[in-house]
Design a protein around this ligand. Structure first.
Ligand code: ADP
Length: 482
């Protein structure tokens, strides 16, 4: 990997604490394409996590006192450096994570867009004046940075999940200790390298790799940490929620989803097929907003399945760094087994494999992009997030039925539907129990909109000006004696 980078110094294998590169490589990072070792990163634990929190605590007062413009300028510089190095960052990302290079470039760009957006937003953390209820008093509310923030991020978006948390935190005047996923630490460390070059002061951003549960415990329990931001599985989110209750810490949780994708009879079918491909097969189906359950109405069911399967069968599977590949390997063996389990269960219930259905001839963790038809409503895949390249297509009769099926889930992150009837668009968009709805689109993530879920999909929003609110506290001041 090092030889293929224009700037090999972006490949870091030490952690970044208090402005110093520390630790020695113990944990092996591999390429999911072939299991080849890429690097070894430190296996840190309670002691180093505590040091990192203390460094962030020490750096906080000075960073909070920077003017918004000063912080904005540093973030802007970080953004520019990421864009200048986007090809190297994308190559590192694809090599440790597996997604096709074009998608990795897209992720680096949106990751950078979060930083750009929050560099701008840094200067707009406005407070308010409140009409007084007493002649001798004036009332106002100001917003202040919440303090030291912990962040724990997943492997499926090794770049953008980091910038989406770190940039609003830094913009608000907070300092951060971040633990990236063990599968994908190299993208995180490359971002730290560029943050250092951009002039982020020491201790303001700390990145540590190692034992997830002990680092997570420190982030949840250390009294200096005031906010913990997490993207990952619902199970781990619940553990963090409990742990953070001890010190009554504020949490941002972006957890699992089980997104429905509905195609009504009146939809533009070709557009729906395109949307389904983007929503379902992006990152080989490994995103929390991936369509997990596809519902097609009676009148267009066969046509939709046929058109979708044709496109899916034509997808090119292989090493994501090679030209034209649209599907890389899955992240690990466990991920492959889950897809197999969902297929076996659906087939047992009477579903038909229209295309794909098994491990790919390339071996390893490659899997054939799959479409299943005639899937029964009670199939496992209707309840659990697959996180793989499997599109199960369910049949439905009418609007009320499909809304009930969509909402029969403890999750509520994203939903999608295709319709050209204006009344239906409003009705369904309002009825779906999810934090985000894509109407006639399969791709909704953008730095300018609030991303997040309801029900067990999480707490809080990331991106947009709402994303900044997570990192500030409101202080009410009454000035009396006037
Ligand atoms: P996934 O199944 O996608 O790997 P996880 O929730 O296990 O999702 O992982 C998301 C992030 O949470 C990763 O950085 C992982 O290391 C971290 N993590 C896993 N277990 C814990 C834990 N007990 N406490 C804190 N973080 C954890």
């Amino acid at each position: 990997l090092r030889d293929r980078l224009k700037d090999p110094s972006l490949l870091r294998d030490k952690c970044y604490i208090d402005g110093a590169w520390v630790g020695t490589g113990e944990t092996v990072v591999t390429n999911p394409v072939n299991d080849v070792e890429l690097a070894r990163v430190p296996n840190m634990s309670t002691k180093e996590a505590t040091q990192a929190v203390e460094a962030a605590e020490k750096a906080f007062p000075a960073w909070a006192k920077f003017t918004a413009k000063q912080r904005s300028n540093i973030l802007r510089k970080w953004f520019e450096l990421i864009i200048a190095n986007r090809e190297d960052l994308a190559l590192i990302l694809t090599t440790e994570q597996g997604k096709p290079l074009a998608e990795a470039l897209g992720e680096v760009d949106i990751g950078a867009a979060y930083i750009e957006f929050f560099a701008e937003e840094a200067r707009r953390v406005y407070g308010e004046t409140i009409p007084t209820q007493r002649a001798d008093a004036r009332l106002l509310a100001i917003k202040q940075p919440i303090g030291v923030c912990g962040a724990i991020t997943p492997w499926n978006f090794p770049n953008s999940m980091i910038t989406r948390k770190v940039s609003p935190a830094l913009a608000a005047g907070c300092t951060v200790v971040l633990k990236p996923a063990n599968e994908t630490p190299l993208s995180a460390l490359a971002l730290a390298e560029l943050a250092e070059r951009a002039g982020v002061p020491k201790g303001v951003l700390n990145i540590i790799t190692g034992d997830a549960s002990s680092i997570g415990l420190v982030l949840c329990e250390h009294p200096a940490v005031r906010f913990v931001g997490f993207t990952g599985s619902t199970n781990v989110g619940k553990i963090l929620y409990k742990q953070a209750s001890v010190g009554v810490k504020k949490l941002g949780l972006e957890l699992g989803g089980n997104a429905p994708f509905v195609v009504f009879d009146d939809a533009d079918i070709d557009a729906a097929v395109e949307g389904a491909i983007v929503s379902k097969y992006r990152n080989m189906g490994q995103t929390c907003v991936c369509a997990n359950r596809l519902y097609a109405q009676d009148g267009i069911y066969d046509q939709f399945v046929e058109k979708l399967s044709k496109k899916v069968a034509a997808m090119k599977v292989g090493d994501g760094t090679e030209q034209g590949i649209t599907q890389g390997p899955l992240i690990n063996e466990k991920a492959v087994e889950k897809v197999e389990r969902h297929i076996a269960d659906a087939v047992k219930g009477g579903a038909k494999v229209v295309t794909g259905g098994k491990r790919h001839a390339l071996g390893g963790t490659f899997f054939e992009p799959t479409v299943l038809a005639n899937v029964k409503p009670d199939a496992l895949v209707s309840q659990e997030e697959t996180f793989g390249p499997l599109a199960p297509v369910f049949r439905f009769k009418d609007e009320a039925d499909v809304i009930a099926m969509c909402n029969a889930s403890p999750f509520g992150l994203a939903s999608y539907f295709y319709s050209r009837d204006l009344g239906r668009v409003w009705r369904v968009a309002e009825a779906l129990e999810s934090g985000m709805v894509g109407v006639n689109t399969g791709l909704i993530t953008t730095e300018v909109a609030p991303f997040g879920g309801v029900k067990e999909s999480g707490l809080g929003r990331e991106g947009s000006h709402h994303g900044m609110e997570e990192y500030v506290e409101i202080k009410y001041i009454m000035m009396s004696g006037i």
